[in-house]
Design a protein around this ligand. Sequence first.
Ligand code: AMP
Ligand code: ZN
Length: 305
Amino acid sequence: MAGISASSAEGLYDEFVKAGLLITAGPVGAFARGAVFEQVLEAFDALIVRRAASDHVETMTFPPVIDRAIIERTGYMESFPNLCGAIHSFAGSDREARAIPTRIAEGQAWGDLLSPTDVVLTPAACYPFYPTCRGTVPANGREVTLRSWVYRQEPSIEPTRMRAFRMREVVRIGAPDTVLAWRDQWRDRGLAILRSLDLPAELDIAADPFFGRAGKMLAAGQIEQKLKFEVLIPILPALPPTACASFNYHQDKFGTIFGIRLLSGETAHSACLGFGLERTVMALFRTHGADPAHWPATVRALLWP
Ligand code: AMP
Ligand code: ZN
């Protein structure tokens, strides 16, 4: 069996490329995925969707762009200005347009000739969902599953740290007790799913990578209140284990921002979980080798029932 055994970030990337799992496509953190990689990604995603299925789980699909107003209202630019990918386009005259190819031909920067559009690349699969819940939610709240390409401006040679990647999320909106119990139940279920795939997964309390000095305080508060948990799996021996799934309790943050209420009139709470699909797939290749045909029968049976 072709093993994946590199200990450095570059080494791991090269092994993935050599095995045809990834294909170099230019910008760092924006490589392409090969067919076998995608087969495993779809199988893992389908496993999560099967586990999330119930009578009341809704499914939605949003494009990989989000209303700039959502980014503004949620405070994303205070917390993660460095991760945001905003979309700019040309909106000038014929004459002004001619300056762009001229600058390109001269090897000069041309970004200042573009202006911001009303959309931003989606930074997390759940963000576009909350504004759709404005008003009063049904008695049992809402539960939805979403999958999306998301963008984060964190270029890195670590193949596990991408700029564009896919997230499978499940989001719950409802009363505080219900939402917190749901988050805890999914945290345990998520860990169990990853362990059932024979992955050396461990759970830990976590914080989001808030920007700047003020961000350190926010992260400390998040840890103290146990708002975020992550499932970590070793993918690169030289580095700390990689977060492959997160389980977040937002309290009333999105309910307050978007005016989401319970039948009682109180502000709804929310929680979400997100599986990093590429990261989990990389953990599977790392743990079980480059050829899924040779993976343990129990793992194959879960992925391809
Ligand atoms: P977060 O919203 O930061 O909790 O991210 C949700 C999940 O997305 C994480 O648990 C990771 O599995 C995955 N993820 C986060 N950042 C990246 C990245 N730069 N590249 C690939 N996957 C990521
Ligand atoms: Zn989310």
